[in-house]
Design a protein around this ligand. Sequence first.
Ligand SMILES: C[S@@+](CC[C@H](N)C(=O)[O-])C[C@H]1O[C@@H](n2cnc3c(N)ncnc32)[C@H](O)[C@@H]1O
Length: 222
Amino acid sequence: MAGSTNGARKINADPHQSKIYSEFSRFYDKIFERIFFPRIARVIASLKIPPGARVLELGVGTGLSLSAYPSHCNVLGVDLAQDMLDQAADKVREHGWTHITLRQMDALNLELASNSFDYVAAFHVVSVVPDAARMMAEARRVCRAGGKLIIINHFRSERPLIGPLVDLADPVTRKLGWRTTLKLVDIIDGAPVSIEQKFKTSPRSLFTVVIARNEKEIAAFG
Ligand SMILES: C[S@@+](CC[C@H](N)C(=O)[O-])C[C@H]1O[C@@H](n2cnc3c(N)ncnc32)[C@H](O)[C@@H]1O
């Protein structure tokens, strides 16, 4: 399997997972900022993240979300695509954000200690990675027991007509880098989490916000 490198370290992931984002990283904000940022900012504000909290954002991309985090918490943003991270790094530098660190990393194989974050967020990422359940298992591992998992994503509609209709778009969206068939149950079924909130920020929104408490036993992950 081909992989991208970061210095001497090999990222053990197939580049196709993020290739498309590398290719249009410079245009990403122009297309998506207006659509994604208001919802992300609202969700982050609603968390009322306390001073000193440790936050991990998976698939941080160009750092669209970064201005929404309070400067009193510590944020680590990881992404597979270095080009996306470069855009995020520009924002960090321009704003002088000392509370934000960025690292190139595969969200399916996090090189991070277990139980080391209070919040783990993934905005518009679970349907992009090839194994969303594995990504969520990694998110639960690095999140402390009782910590929060925050997901914003499109999930397959449970409505009888809409679901199959949107499935028709899946072959096209897969080529663009994401799946439209992912269901929320695919990533949380059987996992030790309790969903505290699940909502859409507007009735017609394609995106669902999920805030869940990590109910794992610490011993289960070591
Ligand atoms: C749709 S973008 C979302 C970016 C950002 N979270 C946002 O809301 O604007 C998906 C991101 O997931 C990243 N990604 C894809 N596969 C990944 C993986 N295995 N590990 C980490 N990041 C990954 C892509 O590089 C891309 O930046």
